[in-house]
Design a protein around this ligand. Structure first.
Ligand SMILES: *Cc1c(COP(=O)(O)O)cnc(C)c1O
Length: 397
């Protein structure tokens, strides 16, 4: 998955453009910048690649999620439905704006179970936030239907699935809002950065203002701009945007390489009786950033994962025991360990996650092993890896 594997001349040239004139900020300084507008160019490129009307860059994927929620008018006491398997950024962004993260089960797609989503809807629900984990997507058609039925916002976290599609639409563009991360380990990277995409002009303008202290960006005198509402600083720097400009050009090649490597691994593992694969929703094409497979039970998966590591197969993950990605280890969320006082709404409305039954999620996560798909592997290396993985895993099925 990581775009940093292909960091080179193109990135250096883009960054040097910025260094040559010294304007490191995306707004203003028109005279000094010699026509270089890296953030604006990357936004134009994102609109083009994602086939959407609007794109707003941010300082990170986490801030992109925060901005998307704020732009849609979500705030204190509103409930946002999110999956048990994701990255901590999901609930961080929700809590950051005073809203309440409502966690629900995943299914064999490793993303939100639409039935579990339906069961979690209350009068306070405002948003459904599917997370397209590990390169593949949520059941977007079903989730969109639920959103239509209940007048909710569909916000796609596509941070780990850039370049995948659903119903021929780029992931992130199917819902009302979509978010990407360009942190250092993502498919394309800016070092740090993120983006919100949407076809909704109001959400876009809100995002544009909100990421820059509420500036309305009318005219070209920053000091004279008015602030229609409160904002924050979630801006990306020109240096980071410059790296992204080089990387987004490489996205088609990255996707092609990921697919090739993924298929070699999958075809070999498919020969092992007892290994099955994560379900990819009909109408979906993943970005092939990870290969996710199931062993028959939790013990088998845990032991197989351990054996893979011992046999020199790196970059395999057993998320069930991982601190960052699954509810089981999120004691700081369960105990609401914040530095300062949280809004009262969160304290009173947050479900008691110590007690909630997530056995359906446990059932799938306990059995899942994910292999990262690296871009830099040679064909011989992937083939050797595939053979090794199949051989090791066959002892545990
Ligand atoms: C990486 C990631 C984020 C957050 O992105 P940052 O740029 O690291 O803040 C959010 N959601 C998912 C699913 C991610 O993988």
């Amino acid at each position: 998955m990581p775009g940093f594997e292909f960091f080179g001349e193109e990135e250096r040239k883009q960054v040097n453009d910025v260094l040559d004139n010294g304007v490191l900020m995306r707004y203003g300084f028109d005279g000094m910048r010699n026509g270089h507008w890296k953030a604006k160019e990357l936004e134009a490129s994102l609109r083009n690649v994602m086939k959407v009307q609007h794109a707003q860059l941010t300082s990170s994927g986490t801030s992109a999620l925060t901005v998307a929620l704020a732009a849609a008018g979500v705030g204190a006491g509103d409930e946002v439905i999110m999956p048990t398997f994701t990255f901590v950024a999901s609930f961080e962004s929700i809590i950051a704006i005073g809203a309440v993260p409502v966690l629900v089960d995943i299914d064999d797609t490793l993303t939100l179970d639409p039935q579990a989503v339906k069961n979690a809807i209350t009068a306070k629900t405002r948003v459904i936030m599917p997370v397209h984990m590990c390169g593949s997507m949520a059941q977007l058609k079903e989730l969109k239907q639920i959103c239509n039925d209940h007048n909710l916002i569909l916000l796609e976290d596509a941070c780990q699935a850039i370049g995948g599609t659903y119903d021929d639409k780029p992931l992130g563009s199917y819902g009302h809002l979509g978010c990407f991360s360009f942190d250092f380990v993502k498919t394309i990277t800016c070092g740090e950065g993120g983006a919100v995409i949407t076809n909704n002009k109001e959400y876009y303008l809100n995002s544009d203002h909100y990421t820059d202290h509420g500036h309305d960006h009318v005219g070209n005198d920053r000091g004279a701009e008015s602030h229609p509402f409160l904002g924050y600083n979630y801006r990306i720097s020109e240096l980071n945007a410059a790296v992204g400009l080089a990387q987004i050009e490489k996205l088609p090649r990255f996707l092609e390489l990921q697919k090739q490597h993924y298929l070699i691994l999958k075809n070999e593992l498919a020969k092992v009786d007892g290994v099955t694969f994560r379900r990819i929703p009909e109408a979906g094409v993943p970005n092939y950033g990870f290969l996710n497979f199931f062993l028959p039970n939790e013990n088998a998966a845990r032991n197989a994962h351990k054996a893979l590591g011992e046999n020199g197969v790196d970059a395999c993950f057993y998320w069930y025991d991982n601190n960052w990605h699954y509810i089981k280890k999120w004691d700081h969320l369960k105990n609401l360990k914040s530095l300062g006082r949280l809004p009262q709404e969160i304290k009173t409305q947050l479900p008691d996650y110590h007690k909630q039954d997530f056995s359906k999620s446990d059932h799938w996560m306990g059995r899942t092993i994910s292999s990262l798909i690296k871009l830099s592997w040679t064909e011989e290396e992937v083939t050797a890896r595939a053979n090794k993985m199949a051989e090791v895993v066959s002892h545990f099925v």
